[in-house]
Write a protein that binds this ligand. Sequence first.
Ligand code: FCB
Length: 473
Amino acid sequence: MTTQQTQDQQLRFPEGFAWGAATSAYQIEGAVSEGGRGRSIWDTFARLPGRVVNGENADVAVDHYHRYRDDVRLMARLGLGAYRFSVSWPRVQPDGVGAVNQRGLDFYRRLVDELLGQGIDPWVTLYHWDLPQALEDAGGWPARDTALRFADYAAAVHDALGDRVRNWSTVNEPWCAAFLGYASGEHAPGRREPARAVLAAHHLLLGHGLAMAAMRAQRAGSRIGGCVNLYAVSPLTRSAADLDAARRIDGLQNRLFLDALLRGEYPADVLADLGEAAEGLAETGDMGVISAPMDMLLINYYSRFTVSGAPGGAVSAAAAPTDTGSPWVGSEHVSFAGSGRPVTGMGWEIDHDGLREVLLRVAGDYPRIPLVVSENGAAFDDVADAGGFVRDPERRDYIEAHLRACHAAIGQGAPLVGYFAWSLLDNFEWAWGYGKRFGLVRVDYPTQRRVPKESALWYAETIRRGGLTGPAQ
Ligand code: FCB
């Protein structure tokens, strides 16, 4: 093979592309009663009988609060250029209001310093689902005041870290926080009040906008974006019922958030689907706040939904992402049919081309804005050898295929500037507890020993090379 051919087979990514991995505070930190941290809705929820598999909680998680220095060294060994983590609101403001808890902020300052010392770019997420319990007691996200409180908290963190952190995201996956938290009740706070979930979605978006405005007023130069979980959505057949099911799911899952953030309006068809629940949702001025220009859009991508409108149609339980508990997408209108593609350990269908589709869709349908894949990865039933090493070709293949899709999307015009694998470490996977492992790095929970999996070694090599090898997609 000539040198030229070898080069042709190098799928390089753009200069400055952020190669990262992601985590979130509640899923990894532990130390829930240390350093003045207050209680979050997840501390409460995990203690409700039957809500988390095996009654597990994240009191200890992977003890990152105490092991962050070692974890950062591990990231450096893997050659990560960027690390996306979230700040725990109740660590910084135990009751979600008022004076900040200096010890909480100091933890993140130390973490950021450690990252910078190793040449790793810190990407801070301000809200990854751990609402202070006191704010839930006052109404939670369905209460408008929570959005205002979020802006105050965001400003406090930005004030403390804005001199050393450039990349910020506000709310992680408002769809999940709203609909899993307040409609299906699968996530904290576990309420099953679908109409309130719509209000929660609006206030999460409003919180994003208010936080961004507060941060912008503090200093120029921060790059701020919202973060949405997008799915590729296909109808099972071209029948009118299936097409309408796809429209409905795409609307509630994707367009409700994209249109609000990037066009300053909610899609009319989704508002019609929501009916009364959406009446009087936005106060005057809200949509302008929500759609103020962002510096980037963070996209979490895991799977494609193939949906059918035929009630009682070919439903495969494995393909159903979740019971949203909402009347608008309930079994009356939509069934998650699946397409027969292989699935991950979560039962989520693997479709790397869906990521290319999603990136090109956002790039084409909305005003141009830099895009970041801020989460992408897979849980599988890992088996560790005696030394704790996991051979996980399925995870490596998953990430490789999705990176190829990113490369193809860039080639077709998507302004993609970074990719973050979910997750750096095995961790507490919300209602699934510790049974679902997404880490590039194995954590042996009893000893907290970390061992990079085969996928981590592959990812490190990919980063070192600045891209993939082999033919383009
Ligand atoms: C995303 C969440 C993240 C993790 C992955 C698997 O929806 O943002 O915390 O649970 O799914």
